[in-house]
Ligand binder design. Structure first.
Ligand code: GDP
Ligand code: MG
Length: 352
């Protein structure tokens, strides 16, 4: 589900790197991070175990070229590959717009690839998606190792019945001159998809008014409206610069994992998440099935006050978002598919 903000002129996409453990998903994000100029990349966050295995996800926000006056932003995520972390993989797939399946080319990893691809399909189905509708590319990684299966064979096994938008490519290090042809995002497709959320100028103004009022009433320092897929939708307060993109990704991750915890205990959801710091505290609460509200506050107020006014603000925000989701998509300048020139204007690499 891409999120289109007509007020800020930004389109947000979520891309997930999927695949078996040790195939090179984390290495991919590190590679992308290294290749991009500072202006095009945010902070990379890795939630990993002590021995560098991905525990929850890696996250890298990338801002790319502008398309028809809109800045395109991509949130790149990886999942943990080990089979026991399926709950986590499912959470990370929420709101996905495109998948890069990172396959391990070694013969003795073939079964893990197939299992992971099946698992991807199973998990997508829970969001009523599948690999025929979600843009999807396969990356055959680890081609430099001995005992690798031929590409044709891997294609046959992992990329059968490919639809036109799919591609496959070898590992990124083989392409010093830029992204391989397999990752032309959205070519031939409309930029606006069925599941998108479009926030128009009028919605944005109403959202801002609710957030400002919440700040005044609750004496919080900052407040963030966050989509549960991890994307920030709006912000108020915070005189100092916050890394709102990282905060949104981490808060949505934490909130969705506590929701999963709640279900394990037979609760439908824990509606509030509260973290108390020495100077500042965080309060995260439910707005609706798709959005959460995060408040940052200090000793000028109390958690009780914040909770009270968060409930009120959530009702107002829920109503605005419901209207935005129900409204037919105003496709306008974004309706037509990308032209080949627009698709080619990819991100430039970091100067050597
Ligand atoms: N030889 C080789 N090693 C790779 C390649 N890609 C990743 N690796 C290494 O494989 C290991 C696992 O990679 P990682 O990105 O952590 O795998 P993940 O579990 O999919 O996130 C690391 O030691 C990487 O440096 C590759 O193309 N060739
Ligand atoms: Mg990893």
């Amino acid at each position: 589900m891409s999120i289109i903000n007509y007020a800020a002129k930004v389109i947000n996409f979520k891309l997930v790197y999927y695949g078996p453990g040790m195939a090179g998903k984390t290495a991919n994000l590190q590679f992308v991070y290294r290749c991009l100029p500072d202006d095009n990349r945010g902070n990379m966050i890795s939630l990993a175990t002590g021995d560098d295995r991905t525990l929850f996800f890696d996250f890298l926000p990338v801002s790319a070229t502008s398309v028809r006056g809109f800045t395109t932003k991509f949130q790149l995520y990886t999942v943990p590959g080990q089979s026991r972390y399926n709950m986590t993989r499912k959470l990370v797939l929420r709101g996905v717009d495109g998948v890069v399946f990172v396959a391990d080319s070694q013969w003795d990893r073939l079964k893990e690839n197939v299992d992971s691809l099946r698992n991807l399909n199973d998990n997508l189905r829970e969001y009523r998606l599948d690999l025929t509708t979600v843009p999807y590319v396969v990356q055959y990684n680890k081609r430099d190792l001995p005992d690798v299966a031929p590409i044709d064979y891997l294609e046959y096994t992992l990329n059968r019945g490919a639809v036109a938008s799919r591609g496959s490519f070898l590992y990124l290090a083989e392409f010093p001159d830029g992204p391989p042809p397999g990752i032309r995002p959205g070519t031939g497709r409309s930029l606006v998809m069925r599941h998108d959320l479009a926030i128009h100028e009028a919605d944005a103004a109403r959202i801002d008014a609710v957030l400002e009022r919440f700040l005044g009433d609750s004496s919080s320092a900052a407040v963030l409206l966050i989509d549960r897929s991890g994307e920030p939708l709006a912000l108020a307060g915070a005189a100092r610069t916050l890394d709102t993109v990282s905060i949104a990704a981490l808060a949505a991750g934490a909130f969705s994992s506590t929701a999963a915890l709640a279900r394990l205990l037979g609760e439908s959801e824990f509606s509030v998440l509260f973290h108390e710091g020495a100077k500042e505290s965080l309060h995260v609460s439910t707005i609706d099935d798709d959005a959460i509200l995060l408040a940052i506050f200090d000793e000028r107020t109390t958690v009780g006050m914040v909770r009270l006014f968060a409930r009120e603000a959530s009702q107002g925000l829920g109503a605005i978002l419901l209207e935005a989701r129900r409204r037919p998509r105003r496709t306008g300048v974004l309706a037509a598919p990308l032209t080949p020139e627009e698709a080619r204007s990819a991100i430039r690499q970091r100067p050597a």
